[in-house]
Write a protein that binds this ligand. Structure first.
Ligand code: B12
Ligand code: SF4
Length: 483
């Protein structure tokens, strides 16, 4: 056991601010990056604890916790949006005790190293993945032989060889601050009942969308890497025993990119008698090309897909966003999901650079036709490390003046030349269901309700607490973007 006391800091307060625990995805989900580093450091004998800024009341509270934890090392994770809270945290840490070693890692460090080097009060910047490198750095610090240079390059680990994510790092900490859900993470749609959790089966994505790439390739490499099916099943079995989860979600950028992996996963999932529903990310082109895979996923428990429909205009979708899908595929994918009863969470963007109002209207019309279960609109945001970020900078199109605004929130102007009053109207209009769609939805719900209730009666499964549609009542739906 090491004597080094390590505190990890989750800085995600740029969006919902302090005191935001339990408020949906942004403030009710763990950081797999930190939880994975915690597991790796604990496996090497380090004592690791967490300060999650989302659970605190403000910076004075952070100071109090620092005094309580009295760390030797503070490690912080940083997306671009986290830059300001990370800067402030490091400043406070050094004010409290200049001898504490501060280490910052995470997407922004790898994607924008030059920018990260400007952060004061940081002793080490660790780029890339760090399950191997972080514990080694801690060992070096403990030995008094820490590297003389500030930047340390992380070594990519074998994903089957690293310890499973340390979820209790977050849950135990949250419990001290009034997290009272019987769920390791906050559920967000009624289709995924608590106890709910998130899991990651791999890293990276093979596609090349201009609003997302190449940033992630810098972190994880151009090819995605996946854990073996057995490794994921083993973790799920442990999670079932420990948390009795009733549903979960894959965080992978695009789980369905590897059809063979998914088919094997569904086979093993059923074989191991899992029946918990799950959601994952997919793409319209994949759903259209691999309907057989969709069927296998449904048999295993697929509840819904997050689909990046992005735009209803062919020029914007293919040329500007470089999504690699067509508008026609968007419609076909939605039709397949509807036909098979797969819930659709629709991601799409408004206010994309060079997008005209008529092109925005194509997206509004697309949403009416798709009629998703959940709408997730974003105002296009140029994220550092992406080709569209470079385009926006080159053409002086960015209206972003603070790191806090590197969020896809559909409330704030991001791009010069876009009419945000119109976009706000378009955002609302895109989510207004047509009367015909509302009737169709109602009919579909009734059909499901009767089939399910009949089936349950036949099997003798009906419980007094169940609604006629089989959904548990009283399930919180925080953070849901559903209409
Ligand atoms: C799951 C996820 C989410 C979840 C959960 C986020 C969370 N709490 O971690 C949700 C949905 C909430 C989310 C929200 C957002 N996300 Co997000 N998200 C992801 C996703 C898909 C997986 C993250 C993950 O767990 N990866 C696996 C872990 C193991 O990797 P990792 O976190 O990078 O950690 C490794 C290294 O970076 C490093 N490391 C990380 N931290 C530290 C700390 C130290 C001390 C050290 C030494 C090393 C180190 O070591 C880790 C282990 O190897 C990634 C894409 C991806 N594949 O990574 C995007 C991604 C991280 N998200 C992104 C964005 C933009 C956002 C949002 C801003 C989007 C929005 N809504 O506007 C918000 C911001 C939320 C906030 N902070 O307020 C971008 C970040 C780009 C950037 N330039 O920063 C990514 C890369 C997606 C993309 N390609 O655009 N996100
Ligand atoms: S937007 Fe999705 S599919 Fe496209 S590159 Fe990013 S993660 Fe991959």
């Amino acid at each position: 056991m090491s004597d080094l006391n390590v505190t990890l800091v989750y800085p995600g307060v740029a969006g919902r601010g302090f005191n935001s625990l339990k408020q949906g995805m942004d403030a009710g989900w763990i950081s797999h990056g930190l939880a994975s580093l915690s597991a790796a450091a604990k496996a090497r004998g380090f004592d690791v604890n967490l300060i999650d800024l989302r659970a605190l009341s403000g910076w004075d509270h952070f100071r109090e916790l620092l005094a309580e934890r009295n760390p030797d090392v503070v490690g912080l994770t940083m997306m671009s949006v986290d830059y300001n809270p990370v800067q402030r945290s490091c400043e406070i840490v050094k004010e409290f005790n200049p001898n504490i070693t501060t280490i910052v890692g995470g997407p922004h460090v790898t994607i924008a190293l030059g920018d990260s080097l400007r952060l004061p009060n940081v002793d080490y910047l660790v780029t890339h993945e760090a399950e191997i490198t972080f514990p080694r750095l801690l060992e070096a610090i403990e030995r008094g032989g820490a590297p003389p240079h500030q930047v340390v390059r992380g070594e990519p680990p074998d994903l089957d060889a690293i310890p499973f994510t340390d979820r209790d790092l977050f849950l135990d900490e949250w419990r001290k601050f009034g997290y009272d859900l019987d769920s390791p993470e906050v559920p967000f749609v009624a289709e995924l009942p608590p106890p709910f959790l998130t899991i990651i089966a791999g890293r990276g994505c093979v596609y090349n969308c201009a609003f997302c790439k190449p940033g992630e390739d810098y972190i994880f490499g151009k090819q995605s890497r996946r854990r073996s099916v057995e490794n994921v099943i083993e973790e799920l079995a442990l999670l079932r025993d420990k948390y009795h989860f009733a549903s979960f979600m894959f965080h992978d950028d695009c789980l369905t990119e590897d059809r063979e992996w998914v088919i094997e996963f569904t086979r093993r999932y059923r074989e191991e008698a899992f029946d918990q529903p799950f959601f994952c990310q997919s793409r319209a082109d994949i759903i259209v090309k691999h309907e057989d895979m969709v069927d296998r996923m449904i048999e295993a428990g697929l509840g819904g897909y997050f689909i990046g429909f992005e735009s209803g205009n062919p020029r914007v979708l293919m040329k500007v966003l470089r999504k690699g899908t067509t508008v026609e595929q968007n419609y076909q994918a939605a039709e397949i999901c509807r036909k098979k009863g797969v819930t659709i969470w629709a991601n799409y963007m408004l206010g994309i650079p060079t997008e005209t109002k008529e092109e925005v209207m194509d997206t509004v019309r697309m949403l009416k036709k798709i009629d998703p279960d959940y709408y997730s609109p974003a105002f296009f945001t140029p994220h550092p490390g992406t080709d569209l970020f470079d385009y926006v900078v080159e053409h002086n199109l960015s209206r972003i003046s603070s790191y806090d605004s590197y969020r896809r929130n559909p409330t704030e102007p991001k791009i010069r030349g876009q009419d945000y009053e119109f976009l706000k109207w378009a955002r609302e209009e895109s989510q207004r269901r047509t009367p015909l769609n509302s009737v169709k939805r109602w009919l579909r719900r009734q059909r499901r309700r009767f089939t399910w209730a009949k089936l349950k009666r036949k099997l003798g499964l009906a419980r007094p607490t169940d609604g006629a549609d089989g959904q548990q009542r009283g399930v919180p739906v925080p953070g849901s973007v559903g209409s």
